[in-house]
Design a protein around this ligand. Structure first.
Ligand code: HEC
Ligand code: HEC
Ligand code: HEC
Length: 142
């Protein structure tokens, strides 16, 4: 494929930010390992006696794609109560202290995202607490 000077310049910053994202992502993955030199996000323990929908190393890497895929399956094909549902994550990962996955900086989703400098808007619409405990759910929000 032909790529002129302008196009090369357009490409370059893109590669830089891609490299950054990869560095951040692998940083977060290493973070769970003991004795690393980087400071670690506090991973709030999940509901006891449960198992995640996939092994932790898979979850750390693939959860954005899993959630986006699940959203498309639900919104476009009407499939609900599925394995990778966002309500499922919230149900198991809500903090015992705040009851939420994203209220306090130490809550499950926000602690890791704060560390990795990731911002998500999901909880502007979705409840960040298990269904039976939210006013949002009572108001019929997803
Ligand atoms: C503007 C509001 C809004 C935002 C922002 C939003 N969603 Fe949704 N989402 C919805 C609605 C509405 C549905 C459909 C719920 C239904 O029909 O059951 C939905 C459904 C879903 C589902 C399938 C149902 C479930 O609980 O699994 C997933 C997964 C999902 N969204 C993920 C996300 C993720 C991840 C983000 C952030 C990147 C996000 N959503 C941001 C409104 C939103
Ligand atoms: C049935 C309960 C349950 C559900 C549902 C669940 N998880 Fe988990 N999750 C766990 C448990 C327990 C762990 C701890 C590791 C293990 O034993 O599987 C975990 C681990 C993780 C980790 C790794 C944390 C670390 O140690 O670095 C991530 C990331 C994660 N889950 C994200 C999610 C997301 C995103 C969803 C929704 C798509 C989700 N989980 C749904 C129970 C659950
Ligand atoms: C172990 C650390 C960790 C935990 C815990 C974690 N995330 Fe993430 N998340 C990341 C990293 C790192 C990224 C950005 C890198 C990437 O896209 O792979 C990310 C990206 C995302 C994205 C995509 C954002 C975008 O704009 O594309 C969504 C959606 C998301 N996370 C949802 C969640 C939800 C919901 C939870 C809690 C149930 C959660 N994450 C818990 C580390 C984590």
């Amino acid at each position: 494929m032909h790529c002129g000077v302008r196009c090369q310049l357009m490409r370059h910053p893109l590669m830089v930010s891609l490299a950054l994202v990869l560095m951040i992502a692998s940083g977060a993955a290493i973070a769970a390992e003991p004795a690393g030199r980087t400071p670690k996000p506090a991973i709030e323990p999940a509901k006891t006696g449960t198992q995640c929908v996939a092994p932790p190393e898979v979850m750390r890497r693939d959860h954005p794609a899993m959630l986006k895929h699940q959203r498309d399956v639900t919104v476009h094909r009407g499939v609900r109560q599925a394995r990778d549902s966002l309500q499922g994550c919230v149900g198991c990962h809500a903090s015992a202290a705040t009851g939420s996955v994203a209220q306090a900086k130490t809550d499950f989703c926000s602690s890791c995202h704060g560390y990795a400098a990731v911002t998500i808007d999901c909880f502007e619409c979705h409840a960040s607490r298990p269904a039976q405990r939210t006013a949002q759910a009572e108001a019929g929000k997803p």
